[in-house]
Design a protein around this ligand. Structure first.
Ligand code: ADP
Ligand code: MG
Length: 248
């Protein structure tokens, strides 16, 4: 009965602690992200942002805690979740062409042992067109620039038609036109009612791009609507003296 009255968060995290060795990467995290927002996760280097995404996606085991996506455990939601990992964590020399990278986003629907059909190929081309990469379908992923690789990974997430998207620093190291394309796509996903959760490295664009904000430094410092949470006090608590670099 009680579940019926709980608000249905896109992401609900409770008492989450993650350690790689002795030191905790995440300490007793409680987090709720409502559906239909575009949320930024910010914090200094090493503050646990990537670890948080990887743990939510089941790629890193927690020491303790409880994670729900739309009220369900990940196992029940895997096909409804899109993920774009941090670019530096991907082996870009892997010999694959651009179309195949995008098609990988469809395997949740196709199944690993069935062949993709023409409809799947069309979906992949539509997603490549959405990111302006339709002319690169036959190129090797290793031959693309960083910004082009990032667009291809966004296309791979797009074909999944997920309910919630997690992206780890998708705008890091990309040129301005690519950043504009990525932001427009993510905002249009949000406008369709999807939930978009982005690890973001650039504090100067937080207010412009996002409507929800999570400030992290091993612990949760603050979370909520950007207009409430993006304050000098919270920035200082998250970044310490480095906040002097940021204009608020
Ligand atoms: P962020 O994404 O905010 O930069 P990370 O989640 O990558 O932070 O890392 C958080 C902490 O965990 C850092 O101190 C980092 O050195 C450590 N860490 C991350 N991944 C590993 C790993 N695979 N093994 C050991 N320590 C790790
Ligand atoms: Mg990271």
């Amino acid at each position: 009965m009680t579940e019926l009255h709980e608000p249905q968060f896109a992401l609900h995290v409770e008492d989450l602690t993650v350690t790689y060795g002795a030191a905790p990467a995440l300490w007793d995290i409680d987090l709720d992200v409502p559906p239909g927002v575009m949320a930024a996760i910010v914090g200094p280097n090493g503050s646990g942002k990537s670890t948080l995404l990887k743990t939510v996606l089941g790629l890193v085991p927690p020491v303790a805690g409880h994670i729900r996506l739309f009220g369900q455990p990940l196992a029940a939601m895997r096909k409804r979740v899109g993920y774009v990992p941090q670019r530096s964590s991907v082996d870009w020399d892997f010999p694959t062409d651009v179309r195949d990278v995008v098609m990988m986003g469809l395997y949740g629907q196709i199944g690993w042992f069935r062949r993709p059909g023409p409809a799947h190929r069309t979906r992949a081309m539509e997603a490549l067109t959405a990111v302006g990469m339709q002319d690169y379908a036959d190129r090797q992923i290793s031959q693309l620039s960083g910004g082009q690789q990032q667009r291809v990974f966004i296309a791979r997430a797009l074909v999944q038609d997920a309910d919630v998207y997690f992206l780890d620093e998708p705008m890091a190291g990309v040129d301005r036109p690519t950043e504009d394309i990525i932001i427009a796509l993510l905002q249009s996903l949000r406008d369709q009612g999807k939930t978009v959760i982005v690890v973001h490295h650039d504090l100067t664009t937080v207010e412009r791009y996002f409507d929800w904000l999570v400030m992290l430094n091993t612990r949760i410092i603050a979370q909520g609507p950007v207009t409430d949470v993006y304050t000098p006090e919270n920035l200082r608590a998250t970044y310490g003296h480095r906040v002097a670099l940021v204009k608020v």
